[in-house]
Design a protein around this ligand. Structure first.
Ligand code: ZN
Length: 250
């Protein structure tokens, strides 16, 4: 699958934008498709029989839609604003209230003060790289709390795993290696608890089926009967979450 990458300039009715693109030629594709990915990159899927000029004509005809979507992504609130509004994190299968405290002389920290509250302390003089610092501390928090949720769900489902790694994946919620390592995204602390559980069950089910066959989904529904609802949630809103904590990165 040849992929061509670069930068494209688009002139919409109201604004001109320049954005990165990835042009992907695919056999078996019937029509041209374009979308913006979680980073705001233009992804262009081109049928094998279609010329590159036709593909770019198509993109330019959609310039207004692309420019508007791109602008929406640029204006999305960052991690700090997201947390200030949401006011909870997923912890041990519950939405636990999050209290954010700004202190002049404090280092950033995040701790579960009780089963009923998580306290996030941030220095008040931290404007520029605030989202970067927040990401680091929530990642550390996720490393402390997600493994025990995995352990619990593993016991309940009777599916064993080998190791857990909590990481900052750019687009995936989780993965499962042949050796039994479950890699999970720290952003699972930000999504509703049932969605977090679904992702854990999904990766555990890969211990039995390393594919997305009917047998795999049967295994998922055994552990998580309402999985379709949560899978839809991630399909519809996942990209928005994936953009959180990416400030200043390419
Ligand atoms: Zn999967």
């Amino acid at each position: 699958m040849p992929i061509k990458k670069g930068q494209v300039e688009l002139i919409g009715t109201e604004r001109k934008i320049s954005l990165p693109y990835a042009l992907n030629r695919r056999r078996g594709l019937r029509r041209l498709r374009c979308s913006l990915d979680f980073q705001g990159r233009l992804c262009l899927a081109v049928p094998w029989s279609c010329s590159e000029n036709q593909a770019w004509d198509f993109v330019h005809s959609k310039a207004d839609w692309i420019a508007q979507r791109w602008q929406e992504i640029q204006q999305e609130p960052g991690l700090y604003e997201f947390l200030s509004k949401q006011k909870w994190l997923s912890l041990d299968g519950e939405k636990v209230p999050l209290r954010m405290i700004q202190r002049e002389d404090s280092a950033a920290s995040l701790r579960a003060a009780s089963v009923k509250e998580i306290v996030l302390q941030i220095p008040s003089a931290m404007e520029t790289d605030r989202d970067f610092v927040l990401r680091e501390i929530i990642l550390g928090f996720a490393r402390r709390v997600i493994p025990r949720r995995v352990e619990k769900l593993s016991q309940e489902s009777g599916i064993l795993y080998n190791r857990i790694a909590i990481r900052d994946q750019r687009s995936r919620w989780g993965s499962c290696s042949c050796s039994g390592t479950l890699s999970l995204n720290w952003r699972l602390c930000l999504v509703p608890p049932m969605v977090q559980d679904y992702v854990i069950y999904h990766e555990l089910a890969h211990r039995r089926q390393m594919n997305h066959s009917v047998h795999f989904w049967t295994e998922v529904s055994r552990c998580c009967p309402e999985y379709k609802r949560f899978d839809t949630f991630l399909r519809q809103k996942g990209n928005r979450y994936m953009r959180l904590g990416r400030t200043g990165e390419a």
